[in-house]
Design a protein around this ligand. Structure first.
Ligand code: WT7
Length: 666
């Protein structure tokens, strides 16, 4: 059958199907099989979360499951003591020491793959922990990591966890400026980075960017540099500075060292993760040792159906929360084999992911809708050329998935045999919140599903009143959960302001008066299935990555010749949303392509290539309300070439036609 015929057949058979039952063979073996779990958790809340805590090994057990005495500063498993690295490594040694912990697939430059057994990973983490201590890292010092998908990243994360030093991982694609901002914000004096890495077969300089960032860091720093490129990096001419040490040398100096895991309180910080918000300043989301690890583990088990004998593959980058929870902490805490892929899905060819899954016999694939839309565009012949029958479950995360992409994933990757979990969550939630339990629940393409058992999600109107099925409203979480962020680093006030103020009685001591607002719009259907509609704040979601419009705007107005800028998200076939920048030039500057290029470069320098504007539209004015607020909604409509509706409330309605012309003329 030709590709078009097959597509047509799929369309016909699956197009009308709105509900999919979990495959029987999957349900028979699923980790969670009893649908009473919803009722049980509700009745036993918050004690139900002992089920999550029970997945961990505690040095001393907790006194209270939930301490809600001082909302919204909720605490979980208080009095308990544990170490995350011991939970991810030491406790598996006896039974699974020789089994693979990490299967790393490198960029196919020299066909390099590396497998770390639990024993090997344990050994390297111990050496790294000893080395960090010798460099002066003490308990509670924040260690920043600026690394691509190389095994030394999880090694260093676990080494930090072992000595009680919180890590702050900065996505390698972020710019030097972004690194400096995050290090300064966290008062971090240590950086782990690398010389470079491969992108589509070519070596890419990373250390120069790291060094540029370090130049903007206020405190004295010590840097560890992993040699990823070897002689292929010679052309970059890197020399290590006085305060920089080579990772290989450091480990050699600590060969065979053993470091006892430091005893951490459940509420001690495990890591910081910076994410974009409404204002220009990134937010340092604080996650803890007990609650977070319990949440990552429980959701990995219940939703991703992870079992020790699996080879589980999440294609995210560890530089984002998905990689933290679902490449590193959740899977390793459960003692499974977790895969890491350094490269891109289209190099050397567009079947790279399918080749990896076939070769490693991966049992789960957890990826993003943006990737699925790209696979779909490339065509089914790429997955069809590979045996993907090892796959048992598929997952998506990061943005809404459209039913067509869902069905393509279901058919061409899952062969109609794998349940799909569409998982809604955020950096702040630590792990999944809304999704179907794969062995139990029917799936509805386009809807993430019901909240997980024990998670109290409600859709409300602007006044906070719960609204009925079918109506669009705002997503809220009405009860705390173990994986939740505890605060924003050094900024309790902003924590309350950003997440709680909207729907809570902020003067109340009663935990029931506190409602968490994730800033997403959503609707619910008669079966309690939730469709997430997207952000309702000034945050745009490009390929599942969260970018603050303010951050991008401040980068643009920093460019010489720019007077004012407004950034919005426009629809994009693959990325979901793309950055549209509307720019007013300064007196004396021309609206030229040269200025456009400098604007794009300015954004890349300030944030990174992911924030690169799709279009830069010059305009003499921005549409503003009478009170002077920029009408973003209108700019979005223009970007999407949609109906504009009423523009009579504008102070300057005449500007709209001008802008429309510039967008369409481009
Ligand atoms: C935002 C969080 C969760 C890790 C990756 C992104 C959107 C996330 C879904 C989904 C619809 C989703 C939301 C959320 N989002 N998952 N399954 N369906 N939207 O983490 O960078 O913190 O972004 O991503 O808008 O608020 P993040």
């Amino acid at each position: 059958m030709s590709g078009t015929d097959e597509e047509a057949e799929l369309e016909a058979r699956l197009a009308d199907q709105d509900v999919f039952e979990p495959p029987e063979a999957f349900s028979r073996q699923a980790n969670v099989t009893d649908s009473d779990i919803y009722e049980e958790f509700e009745e036993n809340w918050p004690d139900c979360w002992e089920a999550a805590a029970d997945l961990l090994e505690w040095e001393s057990s907790y006194d209270r499951v939930l301490d809600d005495d001082d909302p919204p500063f909720f605490e979980w498993f208080t009095g308990g003591e544990l170490n995350a690295s011991a939970n991810c490594l030491d406790r598996h040694l006896a039974d699974r020491g020789d089994e693979a912990a990490i299967e790393w697939v490198g960029e196919p430059v020299d066909e390099e793959n590396r497998t770390y057994t639990y024993a090997e990973l344990h050994r390297e983490v111990n050496e790294a922990a000893a080395a960090l201590r010798d460099l002066g890292v003490e308990e509670d010092d924040v260690v920043t990591m600026y690394m691509p998908m190389i095994p030394e990243l999880p090694v260093m994360m676990l080494a930090c966890a072992r000595i009680g030093a919180p890590h702050s991982v900065v996505f390698a694609g972020f710019s030097a400026d972004a690194l400096a901002t995050r290090m300064n914000s966290a008062d971090s004096e240590y950086l782990i980075t690398c010389d470079g890495y491969y992108r589509r077969g070519d070596p890419l300089d990373h250390l120069s960017k790291a060094n540029e960032g370090l130049a903007g860091v206020d405190s004295e720093t010590t840097t560890v540099v992993v040699d990823r490129l070897g002689p292929n990096g010679d052309d970059f001419g890197h020399d290590l500075g006085n305060d920089q040490v080579d990772y290989g040398d450091l480990l050699a100096d600590h060969e065979g060292a053993e470091v006892d895991p430091v005893t951490r309180d459940a509420e001690d910080m495990l890591f910081l993760m910076y994410t974009s918000g409404t204002t220009g300043k990134p937010k340092g989301v604080k996650h803890t040792t007990g609650g977070y690890l319990a949440w990552a583990s429980w959701t990995s088990q219940a939703v991703l159906d992870v079992k020790p004998e699996d080879t589980y593959f999440c294609s995210a980058d560890i530089g984002w929360i998905t990689g933290h929870s679902y490449i590193v902490y959740g899977p390793l805490a459960l003692g499974t084999t977790t895969m890491m892929y350094e490269g891109t899905p289209d190099h050397p060819d567009r079947d790279r992911l399918w080749e990896i899954i076939e070769e490693h016999e991966a049992t789960q694939l957890y990826t993003a809708p943006t990737a699925i839309r790209a696979f779909m565009k490339w065509g089914a012949e790429y997955p069809d050329a590979h045996d993907l029958s090892s796959l048992r479950l598929l997952g998506t995360v990061g943005e809404p998935i459209n039913p067509r992409a869902w069905k393509w994933y279901y058919k061409h990757i899952g062969d109609e045999d794998c349940p799909i979990v569409d998982t809604w969550w955020q950096t702040e939630t630590g792990g999944m919140m809304i999704t179907t339990l794969p062995g139990i629940a029917d799936m509805k393409p386009g809807s993430a599903g019901p909240p997980l058992p024990g998670v109290d999600v409600r859709i409300v109107d602007t006044a906070g009143e719960e609204i009925g099925a079918g109506e669009a409203g705002y997503l809220t979480v009405q009860k705390p959960w173990p994986g939740m962020l505890r605060t924003l680093y050094n900024n309790d006030e902003r924590y309350i302001e950003e997440y709680w103020a909207e729907y809570s009685d902020v003067d109340s001591d009663d935990p029931d008066d506190w409602v968490y607002f994730p800033e997403d719009g959503a609707k619910i259907d008669d079966d309690g299935y939730i469709t997430v509609l997207g952000r309702v704040d000034d945050v745009i979601n490009v390929s599942g990555h969260r970018l603050g419009t303010m951050e991008i705007e401040s980068a643009i107005v920093g460019v010489e010749g720019v007077a004012e800028a407004a950034v919005v998200g426009g629809d994009h076939e693959i990325k979901g949303e793309a950055v549209y920048a509307y720019v007013i030039t300064e007196e004396g500057y021309e609206e030229t392509d040269e200025l456009r290029d400098r604007i794009v470069a300015g954004v890349e320098d300030a944030i990174g290539p992911i924030a690169r504007p799709e279009q830069v539209v010059f305009t003499p004015e921005l549409p503003k309300t009478r009170s002077g607020k920029i009408m973003r909604r209108l700019l979005e409509n223009i970007a999407n070439e949609e109906e504009l509706g009423n523009t009579s409330t504008l102070r300057n309605p005449e500007v709209v036609a001008d802008i429309q012309e510039s967008v369409q003329g481009d």
